[in-house]
Design a protein. Structure first.
Length: 209
């Protein structure tokens, strides 16, 4: 029977599970990481793990959501002045977002179909639905924040172009190194076109990814 913990101990254990779980998931993915490994790393028994999370997939999903929200946050900065809402600034932010996606090992594992299936089977449907609703809310906020056109772009169009950007980052091997930067630039420009009128001189200065 799992032992009881004080509130302070629970807070520390949850922090350890998140920190150690992230390291293990980043190295091995969801399928190859075991609850035993996560629990041992956090210095608790396997049975105690389930006092905090119903499954390793739920822990992974929580970490993934946190990473996603942190990456998206600069796009919805309410302190941004109207003078900063230029196409060049938007593209620079998206390039930064793209680099962070490429560099985050948890997000990279989302390109693995087996890990995705494992998550979808273990994470409760109501939580997956709430995640999807959060994605829709983000898209609505993104459009409100950045659109400069007389008519707002369709949400599905923005979603499709953001999905394309995500796919480029997840399928780097398929795209190939020679074309990867060009594909990223094209996807980012396509996304910016949703909010700004295309011009012949809107290219922001970019650093290699």
């Amino acid at each position: 029977m799992p032992r009881s913990f004080s509130e302070r101990e629970e807070d520390q254990i949850r922090e350890n599970l998140r920190k150690d779980g992230r390291k293990l998931f980043a190295a091995k993915g969801v399928l190859k990481t075991t609850v035993e490994e996560i629990a041992k790393s956090a210095a608790i028994a396997k049975g105690s793990f389930y006092k905090f999370y119903p499954s390793k997939e739920m822990l992974f999903f929580e970490l993934l959501e946190d990473a996603q929200n942190a990456i998206r946050a600069p796009l919805l900065d309410q302190k941004r002045s109207s003078r900063q809402k230029t196409r060049a600034h938007f593209e620079r932010l998206i390039h930064t977002l793209f680099r962070q996606i490429c560099d985050d090992p948890l997000i990279r594992f989302m390109g693995d179909r087996r890990d995705l299936l494992a998550i979808s089977r273990k994470v409760p449907p109501k939580i997956l639905l709430a995640h999807q609703q959060g994605d829709q809310a983000f898209l609505r906020a993104l459009i409100r924040e950045w659109n400069t056109k007389a008519k707002s772009p369709q949400r599905d169009v923005v979603a499709a172009r953001m999905t394309l950007l995500m796919l480029v980052s997840l399928k780097r091997d398929f795209v190939g190194e020679r074309l990867f930067q060009h594909a990223a630039d094209a996807a980012i420009e396509s996304l910016a076109d949703c909010f700004y009128k295309p011009t012949s001189s809107h290219h922001a200065k970019r650093k290699p990814i």
